[in-house]
Design a protein around this ligand. Sequence first.
Ligand code: DON
Length: 308
Amino acid sequence: MKHSADLTSLLQQLLEQCRPLYSQGKVANYIPALAQVAPQHAAVAIATLDGQVHSAGDARLNFSLQSISKIFGLVMAMNRLDDELWQRVNMEPSGQPFNSIVQLEWEKGIPRNPVINAGAILVADVLVSHYSASKTAFLTFLRRLTGEQNIYADQQVYLSELEHGNRNAALAYLMKSFGNIEAEVPLVLEHYFHQCATAINCEQLAQSLLFLANRGVQPGSNEQICSRRDAHRVNAILSTSGMYDQSGEFAFKVGLPAKSGVGGAIVAIVPQFGVITAWSPPLNRFGNSVVAMQLISNLADELGLSLF
Ligand code: DON
């Protein structure tokens, strides 16, 4: 492993190298509040199991967590339901865009995996049905993982998504028609949009997910956040589906479990080592940040982090 100062200067160097790629992507605008974010922002952070955090760029500036929230929701749901969860949602890559509807009808309301929108809405149903105040429980979970109180849901993003959430509502009602959603659909969507609207920064996000690199144990507090088996399962799902229909390419080029969000962030888990996060708002056609993907790819290459 590189010396601390060397690692920080490597992050700065890679950030400046990759930053110009932002002009190749487009900031998400199907959620209008996200379209207001400046496209030039860029950040990278790496948190390691020994408690160190290194970063470069806008690593303490908040962004919208969006689909990366699906990881936290899934871990919370796995902590409440055992194998019953896997009868309601599958664990296969979808080969379809993250908000696709077509497969869901063919497959009788069972989402392909928990990180496409349909799957995450199903997970939101589990949370609404098994936690007395699921939105608060979600934020409390993130605050516990980061050790910081200033993690909150951005109201403007939340309302913007609620207002423009017809596609997600369609997914939820389709699953409800198959009997795979227990709670009332508006309550489930409210939870889902709320968790997607979480505001967080790169340093906090990297630290929050260290337990996935450490067999379920959060290194700072030594708390068992999920079982070793579930940490394995989440990493497996992130490896095969976390980057949607670019997951194969990401495994091919980078070789780490990862998850993207339309806020422009990507998180990659490096088992037994730490967590990398990168953020830059412009996205490619798969909904993955152009700069963040390249940054993580170059960093993993430079440090030899691939699992394969
Ligand atoms: O439901 C949506 O469409 C957004 N709240 C989240 C989508 C997302 O982040 C996909 N990731 N790349």
